[in-house]
Ligand binder design. Structure first.
Ligand code: AMP
Length: 357
């Protein structure tokens, strides 16, 4: 350990706290974090950033593992960013599991330290308050709310951006802030949120930011459901039906792998399956069934996310979808409805159709 690494002192002369039984430092303020960051630079240590909203799961951990393999120091940010939630969305109920997150990071750090194949360790958690992230005050979550925003259009306006008009503005704004604070050599994002990866790549390119965007593959439950912090809201009944989206996308992927290239040939069978699964549920009694709405199933260009009529196989495409799982009807006594009584849950997922040849 160098002299610089041995202790980080904040301007008030206090040592930065650590996650118990680890050397992972917790930073809540920008100046202390910058002091730490400067020391990494002077020590020629590379820094990888994994931005998260907490409620960590295996999807987040897989990104942290990737980051530890490629960087000396991994910084995990944990911040539930209010500006990416619409006015009527679940900001208030978004799961916050700080203690469990710290335990998961502690265990992961042990695992990483024991695996000789890694370059680095989990060095720091950056967990700022909203006052720190929005020094001029938190801007409105309204579509035409005023504030200092970064907007990435048109890619941020389609698909998820059409359903959630302030979402990518909030994401791009918070990423710009995090990248300016952390100045990471590399940043890690999950393919699970594919449109977000396209928006972030564009942010980095168009604002000439000095970081590499690395994408980690989607982690799934054994039955195919993509891991998500919001899955805890599903409860037992809806969890069983939550694979509808991944099944629907797989059918479209199979059509592509069998040589189909037109939109109708690829999305047709997927739409049919979604209809069939919906009908199956409708035919069940209210105390057993699950209602869901398909928001969209998309076949889009990998760079612009514009809808395609035909896939150019030298470029491939992105299949993606969103499904809203509605609260269960006629809940049964003792039924596990999910966290917060089982509110509506919006699930998203995607598959990359790889270029051929
Ligand atoms: P979130 O905390 O939901 O904002 O996610 C933080 C990061 O983890 C984002 O880059 C997500 O794309 C990524 N992520 C979320 N779920 C998964 C998953 N199932 N597999 C891989 N990465 C994921």
């Amino acid at each position: 350990m160098t002299l610089f690494q041995s202790a980080i002192w904040n301007p008030r002369g206090q040592k930065a706290p650590v996650i118990p039984h680890t050397s992972i430092q917790i930073f809540r303020e920008v100046p202390e974090f910058r002091t730490w960051r400067r020391r990494q630079l002077l020590d020629h240590r590379s820094v990888g950033l994994v931005p998260t909203m907490g409620a960590l799961h295996e999807g987040h951990l897989s990104l942290i593992r990737m980051a530890a393999a490629e960087n000396h120091r991994v910084v995990v940010s944990i911040y539930v960013n209010p500006t990416q939630f619409g006015v009527h969305e679940d900001l208030g109920s978004y799961p916050k599991t700080w203690k469990k997150d710290c335990e998961m990071l502690r265990d992961l750090d042990k695992e990483i330290a024991g695996d000789g194949g890694n370059l680095g360790t989990v060095a720091a958690v950056f967990a700022p308050t909203t006052e720190v992230m929005y020094p001029s005050g938190r801007p409105s979550q309204d579509v035409d709310g005023k504030g200092s925003f970064v907007t990435i259009t048109p890619v941020g306006e389609v698909l998820e951006g059409a359903s959630r008009p302030t979402f990518f503005r909030g994401v791009a704004t918070v990423c710009m802030k995090l990248f300016n604070i952390v100045t990471p050599e590399k940043v890690y994002f999950g393919q699970k949120d594919i449109q977000q990866t396209v928006v972030v790549k564009k942010l980095v390119k168009d604002f000439c930011m000095n970081t590499d965007v690395v994408i980690g593959k989607t982690q799934r439950e054994p039955d195919g459901l993509a891991l998500s912090s919001r899955n805890v809201f599903l409860g037992t009944r809806r969890r069983k039906v939550a694979t509808t989206l991944s099944k629907t996308l797989r059918v479209a992927e199979t059509a592509y792998s069998r040589g189909r290239r037109s939109r109708d040939e690829i999305l047709g069978p997927a739409t049919e399956l979604a209809k069939l699964l919906l009908m199956e549920q409708h035919q069940m009694p209210p105390e057993d069934r699950v209602k869901f709405e398909v928001d969209y199933v998309s076949l889009a260009d990998p760079d612009t996310m514009e809808e395609l009529e035909e896939v150019d196989e030298s470029r491939g495409a992105i299949l993606s979808g969103a499904v809203k799982m509605l609260p269960v009807e006629s809940p049964q006594a003792g039924e596990d409805l999910g966290l917060s009584g089982g509110p509506p849950v919006r699930l998203i997922d995607n598959i990359i159709l790889k270029p051929v040849g």
